[in-house]
Design a protein around this ligand. Structure first.
Ligand code: DGL
Length: 264
């Protein structure tokens, strides 16, 4: 049985965890929310690397066989360093620019992410590689992380916060909006509601990269020969909502983490 460690600046990484447990429902999970230092979006690269090292040490001490950096900002800032310094495998988050660029009919895609992600060379390289000839409109999801940490996922105030960042993408003609921060999928329904109000009748796809990250984790686990339950031959269904065992840790308050955990 594998022990899978995950971390994020807060509860957002649970959007990745919920996709992973659909594929690997019988493993052990350790999830670390660094919510004392949330948000990471405006923090320096050095600060995020230091936090990532400390959390990695913690997860390894708890027995993690593989680590998912369930945070786009931390992936952009720290995954290269982590891969150099630790013998364990790390799976990171990739903003889903490629599927959006392949699927667009208007030739315009939108990306919502933190400032840290949007300025990082990792993101810029991905964009240059996959979105050649496509117009990419980027916007920080201003205030989105705070909404999720406060458990405010819908309602008038959440809609007005979401509208500020989504409107420029819709106005620019985007037909795909990529959620480039793991907190944002918890606001997906509100984002879709705001989009349909701003632009009734136009089909805009909101893309969550978490399912692709989960598939990548499963591939790497099998390549590495890390022993996992074979869900195809076991009685567990892939849709099983809870893994055998998950332990939640946080550097700050547990309230927001447990609130979001109950929703997934
Ligand atoms: N969940 C994070 C991400 O995917 C970080 C958000 C933040 O702390 O600013 O980027």
């Amino acid at each position: 049985m594998a022990t899978i460690g995950l971390f994020d600046s807060g509860s957002g990484g649970l959007s990745v965890y919920r996709e992973i447990v659909k594929l690997l429902p019988r493993e052990d999970y350790i999830f670390y929310a660094d919510n004392l230092y949330c948000p990471y979006g405006e923090k320096s690269r050095e600060f995020i690397i230091d936090r990532a090292r400390e959390i990695t040490d913690f997860l390894l001490e708890k027995g993690a066989d593989i680590i998912v950096v369930a945070c786009n900002t931390a992936t952009a800032a720290a995954i290269a360093t982590l891969r150099e310094e630790y013998p364990v495998k790390f799976i990171g988050m990739e903003p889903a620019v490629k599927p959006a660029a392949l699927g667009t009919r208007t030739g315009v895609i939108g990306v919502l992410a933190t400032a840290g992600t949007l300025h990082a060379s990792k993101y810029l390289d991905t964009r240059d590689r996959y979105a050649d000839g496509i117009t990419v409109v980027e916007h920080v999801g201003q205030g989105f992380v705070e909404l999720v940490e406060a458990g405010e996922l819908d309602g008038e105030h959440a809609e007005s916060v979401v509208r500020q960042s989504v409107q420029p993408l819709v106005d620019a003609g985007a037909d795909h909006i990529v959620l480039g921060c793991t907190h944002y999928p918890f606001l997906k329904e509100t984002i879709e509601k705001v989009i349909s109000e701003l632009n009734p009748g136009r089909d805009i796809k909101v893309v969550d990269p978490a399912p692709a990250a989960a598939r990548q984790l499963e591939r790497v686990i099998r390549e590495q020969g890390i022993h996992v339950h074979d869900t195809r031959s076991s009685t567990a269904t892939p849709e099983s909502p809870r893994p055998v065992n998950v332990t939640l840790f946080s550097s700050g308050s547990r309230d927001s983490l447990e609130r979001i955990f109950k929703l997934i």
